[in-house]
Design a protein around this ligand. Structure first.
Ligand SMILES: [Zn+2]
Length: 352
């Protein structure tokens, strides 16, 4: 299957283990050049915008109409997976080539630096939306691996994304009092790390009590950081996510610090139902789920572009950002078929 061969070719760039195409590096450039070559082979017109985003256009019979876009990103995290991002680009190209000329122009896009390993992420799609580098399209559909276990648990190969999760992130500092580990009685201590540890457990319980919410403390700095000194100061990171803003607020009420918030972004009901109809037409259950991870689709949706996402089942427990990331070939083929059908509906309809 050509999609899988192309994923292998992208995976080989940058050296292993795993995908190593960090945004802004020569490896990302090489991936974009490779994809541009495939676009030209498929008869698409290739264009690169000032932010470095790659566009492959299959011009429609009515090129004056707003376009229909699909795509994702070609950059990866260090030692990343084979499918994250890349599947949306090569799967999107496959779908557009299968369709051929339609009423509306079909465009496959590879956005730059989605992962943001050295910055805020979604650099290419943010640049495109904030500077209006292109006329905005009638629709954007992003195909992506789920990067989680829910579709596999539901026994469903594909899922339709309802929205991108709301987020709240920040740092909490606990202050205590330094002291000698041997001479300070337990009763007299003010241990910053003990307070921080209690907070981490409370945060876990608070998130577990709110449906769909998740909370992560992933970084902890302990000062002075000596084995024989009572910790005087602890700084820890907080990352909260939930399907909507209200649920993030419920959990963040527990956090004694300013958090920077990212509002939830809803996917377009019309485009979601185009995907659901394609699933139903194949006798597949239409599992709908929120995305806990951010995506280029969230940036375009927030900028007012009608947007939807098709998720493909992740295997191996849903692991992602790892060489163990896995999706079955038959699920990839099914995803391309559903994407093709949905793009056909969008690119063939001219009522606007
Ligand atoms: Zn991705």
């Amino acid at each position: 299957m050509r999609v899988l061969e192309r994923l292998d070719a992208l995976y080989a760039i940058g050296g292993g283990p795993g995908a190593n195409r960090l945004g802004g590096t020569p490896a990302e450039d090489e991936a974009h050049e490779l994809a541009a070559g495939w676009m030209r082979e498929g008869g698409l017109e290739v264009e690169v915008d000032p932010a470095g985003n790659l566009f492959g256009r299959l011009v429609g019979r009515r090129p004056e109409l707003p376009e229909v876009w699909t795509g994702s990103h070609l950059d990866s995290v260090p030692n990343g997976g084979r499918f994250d991002g890349a599947l949306g680009v090569v799967g999107g190209l496959e779908a557009v080539e299968r369709l051929g000329e339609r009423e509306r122009t079909l465009v496959v896009i590879a956005f730059r630096d989605e992962e943001g390993c050295t910055g805020p992420g979604c650099r290419g799609s943010r640049a495109l939306c904030s500077r209006r580098l292109e006329p905005m399209p009638a629709a954007f559909l992003e195909l992506h691996v789920e990067q989680g276990p829910r579709l596999a648990e539901a026994g469903a190969p594909l899922g339709v994304v309802t929205g991108i999760a709301a987020t709240a992130r920040g740092q909490v500092v606990f202050e205590g009092r330094e002291g000698h580990a041997g001479t300070t009685p337990m009763a007299g201590r003010d241990d910053a790390l003990v307070a921080a540890a209690e907070f981490v457990l409370q945060l876990r319980d608070a998130a577990a009590a709110v449906d769909g919410a998740v909370a992560t403390v992933g970084r902890l700095t302990v000062e002075p950081g000596a084995s024989n000194v009572i910790p005087a100061r602890v700084a820890l990171s907080v990352d909260l996510r939930a399907p909507d803003d209200d649920r993030v607020e419920q959990v963040s009420a527990l956090v004694p610090a300013e958090l920077s918030r990212g509002r939830a972004v809803a996917m377009s009901p019309g485009l979601r139902s185009a995907l659901v109809d394609e699933l139903n037409a194949r006798g597949l259950a239409a599992v709908e789920l929120a995305s806990g991870a951010g995506h280029d689709a969230g940036v375009l949706a927030a900028a007012g572009v009608p947007t939807a996402m098709l998720f493909v089942r992740s295997l191996n427990g849903g692991i992602s950002h790892s060489p163990d990331e896995l999706t079955a070939p038959e699920d990839v083929e099914l995803a391309v078929e559903v994407l093709t059908g949905a793009l056909d509906r969008l690119a063939s309809s001219v009522d606007d």
